[in-house]
Design a binder for this molecule. Structure first.
Ligand SMILES: [Zn+2]
Ligand SMILES: [Zn+2]
Length: 641
């Protein structure tokens, strides 16, 4: 079993009922409200605001409303912080229980994981209105802690255990509990992902110790805060998919393993569904003989693990800017699962991210950011802890190259097969498109790839076959040169915008003699005023775009992309490809790319791996390889957009 668990720990497949066939009280009453559901907090917030407005301070009688808002904000924060931790692969990759990735479909399904917070806030509000005792609890009562613990252990735990076992009866499971078990890889948000009825039942479990203590006469505000926050914390811990409790803990205090469950413990429940039913205390599984026999060996194995699976492919990226730095799965998983756009909620977080950037500059090394699987191979994205603007600071260049070099050497040491350099990590001026590293370390086993051959192919394949003249800016760059030479061979006239006669002639000489005449140097944008195919490889101002005739198609390989200023023209997107359909565990978007789409240079590295090519792809683009790489990409199921 342990051997099996090391590899692919799959949860059992669940058959999902059709929409509309759902049982009574399965759906959330505000399901159709989407994000407007937060308006349901309105009456509570309204009462607080009204009190402040009327009395200039919050009235004593209304502080309970404020407590509800604060407490439920903190409960959401507990879930968010656990999600952040669970997505910090660089911290916890060795202790992940299910090594698969959370996919887009699961992120969408769990999007409204916080529905239960609204439900419980409304119930708390109604209870406080109905029982003035609850609205006037003291801040703290020490005796209440003991009573609450007795009620929790004596009533809530066994009650939950039996409710949970009943929910696993086939008829009830099919009606309600399947939803919670439909998440293939559990995450802290899975904890909140359940049907309406189940969360109503959980309100009873939570209500008995908290309200019970209050009605006995020893309730307190502090106790309610502590109980609910610890409750959520433990629920998230069980669903974190990372083993955080050391095996030595249970060796030192053997009794403890019956008092507190572990992430492995609850993960096993999600995997086999016939054992480990308890809420937090395995003693009840022990009592009714439902403990999974592998629980402790597996826990020991995962918690003491010091290795993680070696990736076959690494895409080495860097931060673009501070704003997009927040587009990480460990910041907001849901935000990173959609293409990056600047959103209002990012602005207040900007100063903190700026500080993180400074700390990363001073201290951080390249780290693991995200991963997915393709045909049994593990693909990871590693991030150089630098942002776009730092690549333009002359004094920062050496530091960046050191970071990249260390990443390449690490990849080589651990046995990565292909490492693809993203964006500015392969900048000509910085390291000659990666050549600096392969020259310095001629014995590298890892293949270093800039992937730009596929970028060139993707741009060239966008251009209609009947085009006989194009205008090219950034014409003497790595991509510009390859595009010009390729098109000249196809007997397409290329107007190459460059002020350097010398660089132009050097490229022209590379073309076959009979094709050289198709390469023409131009020095002004005006020269292209009759050409309707523009290939932009250099930032182009609105004024410069104005010289294009109406109906021009702007293809581009410039980062960042140009502003689409002309309404009468078409603008292409950055060269990108869709990953094959059998990609697994993909749950984040690559910068502004759609779901499942990656930059062409990323795709280029993937093709290099799938083909098992033994050469490095660094420095100048080999024009002969453009068609070879393109055909290989299509053969492996990568698709142009
Ligand atoms: Zn669960
Ligand atoms: Zn269950």
């Amino acid at each position: 079993m342990v051997e099996h668990e090391k590899g692919k720990m799959e949860n059992k497949r669940i058959s999902i009922p059709k929409r509309g066939d759902e049982a009574l009280l399965f759906s959330w009453p505000w399901e159709n409200l989407n994000n407007f559901k937060y308006l349901l907090y309105g009456p509570i917030a309204g009462k607080v605001l009204y009190s402040i407005y009327k009395e200039k301070t919050i009235k004593n009688d209304d502080t309970w409303c404020l407590h509800i808002l604060i407490l439920f904000g903190l409960r959401a924060l507990v879930h968010q912080l656990w999600s952040t931790y669970s997505n910090m692969l660089f911290l916890n990759r060795a202790h992940r229980i299910n090594e698969q990735g959370v996919e887009f479909s699961q992120i969408d399904a769990e999007w409204h994981w916080d529905n239960f917070l609204i439900l419980e806030a409304i119930l708390a509000y109604l209870l406080c209105l109905s029982f003035p005792l609850l609205a006037n609890l003291p801040i703290w009562d020490l005796r209440g802690v003991l009573i609450c613990l007795i009620l929790h252990i004596g009533i809530s735990e066994p009650l939950y255990y039996w409710m949970h076992r009943l929910l696993h009866f086939p008829s009830l499971f099919r009606k309600y509990h399947w939803l919670h078990h439909s998440s293939k890889v559990i995450s802290p948000f899975t904890a909140g992902h359940a049907s309406f009825l189940e969360r109503l039942l959980l309100c009873v479990v939570i209500g008995i110790p908290t309200l019970g203590t209050a009605f006995i006469g020893h309730g307190s505000v502090g106790l309610i805060y502590c109980y609910l926050l610890v409750f959520d914390f433990l629920l998230c811990l069980g669903h974190s998919n990372v083993e955080v409790l050391p095996g030595s803990l249970f060796q030192a205090i053997p009794l403890l393993k019956y008092l507190i469950y572990t992430p492995t413990y609850h993960s096993l429940h999600h995997m086999d569904m016939g054992t480990n039913f308890c809420l937090f205390m395995p003693v009840y599984d022990k009592l009714w003989n439902t403990i999974n026999m592998n629980t402790w060996t597996l826990h020991k194995e995962i918690s003491s693990r010091t290795y993680s699976r070696i990736p076959d492919f690494v895409f080495l990226v860097h931060g673009v800017d501070i704003m997009s730095g927040m587009h990480a799965p460990f910041v907001f998983r849901s935000f990173s699962s959609i293409p990056f756009r600047v959103k209002p909620f990012l602005f207040p977080m900007w100063p903190y991210t700026f500080i993180v950037m400074l700390v990363m500059w001073a201290k951080s090394r390249t780290f693991l950011f995200s991963f997915y699987n393709l045909r049994g191979r593990l693909h990871q994205t590693w991030t150089v802890p630098r942002f776009g603007f730092q690549y333009f600071l002359p004094f920062a260049a050496e530091g960046i190259n050191t970071q990249i070099e260390e990443a390449i050497l690490k990849a080589d040491r651990i046995g990565v097969k292909v490492l693809s350099l993203a964006a500015l990590n392969k900048n000509e001026g910085l390291n000659g498109g990666g050549k600096r590293f392969t020259d310095k370390h001629p014995d590298l086993r890892v293949r270093v790839v800039h992937g730009n051959t596929l970028t060139a192919a993707a741009i060239l394949n966008e251009i209609p076959k009947d085009v006989d003249e194009v205008f090219l800016t950034g014409a003497t760059s790595k991509l510009g040169r390859a595009i010009a030479l390729y098109l000249a061979r196809r007997k397409v006239k290329v107007l190459m915008l460059t002020l350097s006669k010398e660089r132009f002639l050097k490229i022209q000489e590379e073309a076959p003699v009979d094709c050289q005449k198709y390469l023409v140097q131009v020095t002004k944008y005006q020269a292209a005023k009759h050409c309707k195919t523009w290939i932009i490889g250099k930032w182009t101002t609105p004024r410069q775009q104005y010289h294009a005739p109406s109906g021009t198609h702007f293809h581009q390989f410039v980062v960042p992309p140009i502003i689409p200023f002309r309404r009468d023209c078409k603008y292409g997107k950055l060269a990108a490809m869709r990953l094959p359909e059998d990609v697994e565990g993909l749950g984040s978007c690559e910068y502004t790319m759609e779901r499942g789409v990656v930059h062409a240079c990323h795709a280029g590295g993937v093709v290099h791996l799938l083909e098992g090519w033994k050469h490095h792809e660094v420095g100048a683009i080999d024009v002969d390889q453009i068609d070879v790489v393109w055909e290989a990409a299509l053969r492996h199921g990568l698709k142009p957009l």
